[in-house]
Design a protein around this ligand. Structure first.
Ligand SMILES: Cc1cc2nc3c(=O)[nH]c(=O)nc-3n(C[C@H](O)[C@H](O)[C@H](O)COP(=O)(O)OP(=O)(O)OC[C@H]3O[C@@H](n4cnc5c(N)ncnc54)[C@H](O)[C@@H]3O)c2cc1C
Length: 243
């Protein structure tokens, strides 16, 4: 099943990062925070490769509006077309899928969300969804990894969530303020150590972003922090692999 959506706006939200807001007319459309869909330009759109998978970064409660966000990788004709699409442009959205969602039944209260760059998208959906509830069943620890503050997607929202206590946020910047002799890996290692200490043993760990980043988090959690595999859930943004 495909749903027709109308572009409301597409605008930059961080360096090299675009957010697109769309409206879906069909009231039957639903999704769960953390899920993704295939987004396509219509069949008659002059583009050879018309589709990409994106996680929803808006909460289900915001329907009929949905939002996605993406890094504008140079050379991607799809993203070039998306960034130039005018309001009113029609997109087709496939049936939402994926089990990268928060636990439904009883489970650990503390949840760590590790976002590699644009990997924040499914987490923004989860966090916005939890903020709409009277009482969140989870305590959320969010670690974002970006090269600079300028490149951090949804920076002001992260600051707001931290301020109002919705999440405990740890931003890790891998290019800004690194002392001589320091490295990106060390920064990430220190960040993981701090957030794991805060969240405690038994917390669940969600990892999202380009495969290289998710893989690095995963290896480090298993190898250096001896976290059990069963506590980890990953969403790899395949497609970024090709770069
Ligand atoms: C579950 C899931 C959720 C995702 N969520 C997001 C998100 O929220 N934000 C975001 O920016 N990206 C997300 N991605 C990745 C996204 O689908 C693109 O792959 C990525 O943005 C790179 O696109 P591009 O146009 O720059 O790729 P290009 O470098 O232009 O693509 C190069 C080649 O890779 C192919 N390709 C592109 N995507 C895929 C894919 N997913 N699987 C297999 N081949 C592919 C293309 O057809 C093309 O031939 C997600 C991917 C998955 C699987």
């Amino acid at each position: 099943m495909e749903y027709s959506a109308r572009l409301l706006r597409a605008a930059p939200i961080a360096a090299g990062t675009l957010r697109a807001d769309m409206e879906i007319a069909d009231p039957a459309f639903t999704f769960e925070a953390g899920q993704s869909s295939l987004f396509s330009f219509p069949a008659d759109f002059p583009l050879a490769d018309r589709s990409r998978i994106f996680s929803f970064c808006s909460a289900p409660g915001e329907l009929p509006s949905v939002s996605i966000a993406t890094r504008l990788t140079p050379g991607s004709d799809f993203k070039e077309a998306l960034s130039k699409a005018p309001p009113g442009q029609i997109f087709l959205i496939g049936e939402p899928s994926g089990d990268f969602v928060l636990p439904r039944g009883k489970g650990p209260k503390n949840v760590v969300l590790l976002a590699g760059g644009i990997g924040i998208t499914p987490f923004r959906s989860m966090i916005r969804s939890l903020r709409n509830q009277k009482e969140s069943p989870f305590r959320i620890f969010l670690m974002t990894v970006n090269r600079t503050g300028e490149e951090t997607p949804f920076l002001t929202e992260c600051q707001e969530w931290e301020r109002d206590g919705s999440v405990e946020w740890l931003p890790v910047l891998t290019k800004e303020g690194i002392p001589p002799g320091g490295s990106r890996q060390e920064r990430i290692y220190e960040g993981l150590a701090r957030i794991l200490e805060r969240a405690g043993e038994g917390s669940l760990l969600y990892l999202a972003g380009p495969p290289a980043m998710v893989d690095a988090f995963h290896q480090s959690l298993l190898g250096q922090f001896l976290v059990e595999e069963a506590r980890i859930k990953s969403e790899m943004f395949y497609g970024y692999l090709s770069r």
